[in-house]
Ligand binder design. Sequence first.
Ligand SMILES: [Zn+2]
Length: 210
Amino acid sequence: MNASLPMRVHVLETARSFDRFRIGRPDRTDVEAAFQTIIRWTGDDPERDGLIETPARMARAFEEFFSGYSQDPAVILQKTFTEIDGYDEMIVLRGVPFESHCEHHLAPIIGRAWVGYVPSGRVVGISKLARVVEAFAKRLQIQERMTAQIANTIDEVLKPQGIGVIIKASHHCMTTRGVRKPDTDLVTSRMLGCFRDDPLTRREFLSLTN
Ligand SMILES: [Zn+2]
């Protein structure tokens, strides 16, 4: 059986969804016109000096905020290393900072992610774990789904003995508007394999994320 086959299928499916995303995608002029409308709707004049370039700047900023749609996390994790001399202890990348946007208000979600796994014969470069966090953060998100997506993707592609992902983040849609509760953060977690089944592994991971 070819162990890498499910991953290739996943990559192909993702490539097809990229195609769907590109077809009918508005071009930059449409987006700038939309931002101009929003500025006018706030009550300001989009033609005044300080605002004239703003729609173009916003389009560039949004390109950066949502650059995750053009990244395939499964591809990021494709290169693995197997010369690990039987290493089978926990690997934890701690406190990866990220900025995302909530899909309900497009307000920033600012937080950190802890990603740990127990390898099963192969490991990935640690920067790749941070890039997977980034690829999912730079999309319209809710924190719960983002947490699950990171864990599920690493689990599917790397097939470790177990994986744990914890995210702590503050949501500007509730700290700066709505109920206005600054200094609150939301903690979410997803544990799979030995992180879910073995209380000691789970505890070890949690002790490294405080
Ligand atoms: Zn929100």
